[in-house]
Design a protein around this ligand. Structure first.
Ligand code: GLU
Length: 356
């Protein structure tokens, strides 16, 4: 081969290489995965003044949030929709149903490859668990938030959003269910829990650890692929049955349980002491509620560990289910979905929670 032809081949190769890298850097690179960001509010969209501690959640739009993250356009083709602008302490059935239906619609029609939801951290684990139980998709759905508002010194939102998009856009996230990403860690919806009021390292999965890790360079999963249960159907109206959480404590009487029944609770979750226990008076009131057809699930206020059947409390006789690893707020959501689907028999409720 002559030198001229060799030079020509080298020049063509260089042009192809440059074109390739330019394409990857372009904001509208159609070879990148398509990620839709659904914004709901929360501290990640919070705004205050001058790095101080006061702020209002849900003030910054989805577009502005994404615009504040350098390099995010190299991870995915991003589109954004504002679903709500609320602090997640106000999260409710209407927003949940909107999210579930919109996600199934977007992913079902192939309009995106993955979803990222920006959300307040206070009830993030509840929205994640709700979606994990109702979504029809096996495409990545990642919830993300921040512990500091966008105006704080060292705001953690931009880094968390970058990592959430990176995780959602990764092939390895497919089939992993609904995930939560904050502070370099990836958690499964069932296991994750907010554990600290203010620390940026607040989300933990106390019983099994995170399912994976993400940093600006990589995404990796360290736990086996989960099996997927059939999703629960949602009622037509955005309203789930009333299920109350009753918090146990020393010197507890039957009043909180009896009041819940009087208010029309279809289910009661006990946030019990220790392994899901409560005073004799409270257990008797719960047994009475169960006899009347109220779904009763014993969970624990402790924050980690499993609540097992028939250890200190005779669940078989009293008509209770136990929550195993589900914390009270997640057991409540499962009870709501079960009751909405006509499942109230304690044995069937227990099957749905799981068995050890
Ligand atoms: N209460 C707010 C919320 O959950 C702030 C907590 C946060 O987002 O970190 O939306």
């Amino acid at each position: 081969m002559s030198h001229r032809i060799k030079d020509l081949i080298a020049i063509v190769g260089l042009v192809v290489a440059l074109t390739g890298s330019e394409r990857v850097l372009a904001a509208d690179d159609t070879s990148l995965p398509r990620v839709t960001v659904l914004a709901t509010g929360g501290t990640i969209a919070g705004s205050g003044s001058g790095g101080g501690i006061g702020y209002q959640a849900g003030k910054v739009s989805a577009q502005d949030l994404i615009g504040a993250v350098p390099g995010i356009d190299k991870l995915a083709q991003i589109s954004a929709e504002q679903v709500s602008s609320i602090g997640s302490q106000d999260m409710n059935d209407t927003v949940w149903f909107t999210l579930a239906r919109r996600i199934d619609d977007i992913l079902g029609k192939g309009e995106a490859d993955a979803i990222v939801i920006t959300h307040g951290t206070d009830t993030m684990e509840e929205t994640a668990f709700f979606l994990a139980n109702v979504l029809k998709t096996d495409r990545p759905v990642v919830l993300v938030g921040s512990m500091r508002p966008s105006t704080a010194i060292s705001a953690d939102g931009p880094a968390n959003l970058f990592e959430a998009v990176k995780a959602a856009a990764s092939d390895s996230a497919k089939g992993r269910g609904v995930l939560v990403v904050l502070n370099d860690t990836i958690h499964a919806a069932r296991a994750v829990q907010k554990t600290n009021t203010t620390s940026v390292q607040t989300f933990l999965s106390p019983n099994g650890g995170p399912v994976g890790f993400v940093d600006p360079a990589s995404v990796g999963f360290v736990q086996p692929m989960p099996s997927r249960a059939k999703p629960y159907a949602l009622p037509a109206e955005p309203s789930l049955p009333r299920v109350e959480i009753v918090y146990a404590h020393a010197n507890m009487d039957a009043a909180a349980v009896e009041d819940a029944v009087k208010r029309g609770a279809k289910g009661i979750v006990l946030a019990g002491v220790g392994d899901g226990n409560a005073s004799k008076a409270a257990i008797a009131a719960l047994a009475n509620a169960a006899k009347q057809g109220v779904v009763v699930i014993r969970a624990s206020r402790v924050g980690s560990g499993f609540v097992n059947r028939n250890v200190e409390v005779d669940d078989d006789t009293l008509g209770f289910a136990v929550s195993l690893d589900l914390n009270p707020q997640k057991a409540r959501i499962l009870a709501q979905l079960l009751i909405a689907n006509g499942v109230t028999d304690p044995r069937a409720v227990q099957e749905a929670v799981g068995r050890r």
